[in-house]
Design a protein around this ligand. Structure first.
Ligand code: NAD
Length: 431
């Protein structure tokens, strides 16, 4: 299922929403909203409405049975005013031109809100990765890399894993690109295995940033962490790392879930003993003493709700039933725009995905920095630097919340747009 706020068509719950948005519509609407809060030249907003380029390629794949099939691949590059393009490559049947355009814009905002010297990109192949053997996936990846060779590179556009791709996919891209360049070019992708220049702490980073932002949000609204109750939907890379860190830092994590349902204990779960999606897929409920439905988790009376599974789980249909005092978006786009309005009316603060889970792209940036400098950072250094980046971003967003009296989502977009607009103003438009 597509994991962004706008691809609501696959969500049964969101069928009640009157106007489901595409990722592109959502990204443009958020740009417009931010533009209304910032004194920015209208022509800059207009420029940011469009991607700089969308590359569309055909990938011929020889299947294991000898037949040849064609696949469509894409790379959308949105804006590079602050640095090279950066963003994931996904292998998914829902990938199309418009989706990658929207998600590339999203990456521009995400990179800017945490002040990374990158612009946004996104790409992928319209394919069901589960239908391919490993050898087929490798051939597809290497041919796709070849087709994108002229538009990616360590100083131009740096892909990373996304849905349906992983560290091994990045290793094949890095190898293909390096063979063609006749030199090892680690910095052409991030999210690589550590054996070839991947960063320590990269896998844990989005969950860690979600935990850091959750901790700051709780403190801001004067909920002592040691007394705070937390529910986390999704126990994968993002959800499990966030839940375990919050648990470790003293919060009471009362519920965590996977696709089968939630483990629930009002006195607090031992999150370290619950298997993550990576450790034992979809096993959260099989070890639990008490379970509840995923829908019920979203409606628990907790201090903090952290939806970290998939997009579009809080919709017009259930937003009024949410009883959490605070929400941090761990997943990309777990709240539809209709639901967002309902939560705003109910004065439930929501920290958006572009800030909360930006730890992933931040440690990708650290990986790139390590690669181009031929250095390896310790896990301790990675986590310290991530903490600094996240706290700086948090403070920048908090200032906008306070000064402009706007919500956390709008404030995050204001911070991002202000930085991008300032760069465009400085560089100007040539010719
Ligand atoms: P994952 O595959 O590791 O884990 C997803 C978890 O959600 C699993 O526990 C799964 O069982 C559960 N889940 C799936 N569908 C569900 C449903 N309908 N209801 C409840 N639970 C469900 O995924 P992840 O990498 O943790 O990503 C989660 C979200 O975070 C996605 O929106 C992703 O785009 C976003 N994200 C991930 C990263 C990253 O680097 N991993 C970075 C930024 C954002």
């Amino acid at each position: 299922m597509p994991q962004n706020p706008s691809t609501t068509v696959e969500s049964a719950e969101s069928a009640t929403e009157t106007s489901p948005e595409t990722p592109l519509e959502t990204a443009r609407r958020q740009l417009e909203r931010a533009g209304s809060h910032v004194d920015v030249d209208r022509s800059i907003v207009e420029r940011l409405t469009y991607p700089a380029a969308v590359h569309e390629v055909t990938i011929p794949l020889r299947r294991d049975d000898g037949t040849v099939e064609m696949y469509r691949g894409y790379r959308a590059q949105h804006d590079s005013v602050r640095g090279p393009y950066k963003g994931g490559l996904r292998y998914h049947p829902g990938v199309d031109r418009e989706e990658v355009m929207g998600l590339a814009m999203w990456m521009t905002w995400k990179c800017a809100v945490v002040d990374l010297p990158f612009g946004g990109a996104k790409g992928g192949v319209n394919v069901d990765p589960k239908a391919l053997s490993e050898a087929e996936t490798e051939r597809l990846t290497r041919r796709f890399t070849n087709e994108l060779r002229d538009v990616i590179g360590p100083t131009t556009d740096i892909p990373a894993p996304d849905m349906g791709t992983d560290a091994q996919t990045m290793a094949w891209i890095m190898d293909t690109y390096s063979v063609q360049e006749a030199e090892t070019v680690g910095a052409v992708v991030t999210g690589k295995p550590t054996a070839i220049g991947g960063s320590k702490g990269r896998e844990e980073a989005p969950g860690r940033s979600v935990a850091i932002v959750s901790r700051e949000l709780l403190e801001y609204y004067e909920y002592p962490l040691s007394e705070a109750t937390v529910a986390v939907q999704g126990f994968g890379s993002v959800g499990a790392n966030a839940a375990r860190l919050l648990d470790e830092w003293g919060a009471t994590v009362v519920a965590v879930s996977d696709i089968n349902g939630a483990a629930y204990d009002p006195d607090g779960l031992d999150t370290s003993s619950i298997p993550t999606h990576g450790e034992e897929p979809e096993a959260v409920t099989s070890h639990a003493e008490e379970t509840i439905e995923n829908e019920a988790l979203l409606e628990l009376d907790v201090d903090l709700l952290v939806p970290s599974a998939v997009g579009n789980v809080i919709t017009e249909a259930n937003a009024s039933n949410v009883r959490a005092d605070l929400i941090v978006e761990g997943a990309n786009g777990p709240i539809t725009s209709h639901a967002d309005s309902i939560l705003a009316e109910r004065e439930i603060p929501v920290v958006p995905d572009i800030l909360a889970n930006a730890g992933g792209v931040t440690v990708s940036y650290f990986e790139w920095v390590q690669d181009i400098n031929h250095r390896t950072w310790s896990l301790q250094r990675v986590n310290q630097e991530l903490e600094t980046v996240m706290i700086d971003a948090w403070n920048a967003v908090r200032q906008e919340v306070e000064q402009k009296d706007i919500g956390w989502r709008d404030a995050a977009y204001v911070v991002a747009l202000s930085r991008i607009a300032a760069a465009h103003e400085s560089r100007g438009l040539w010719p």
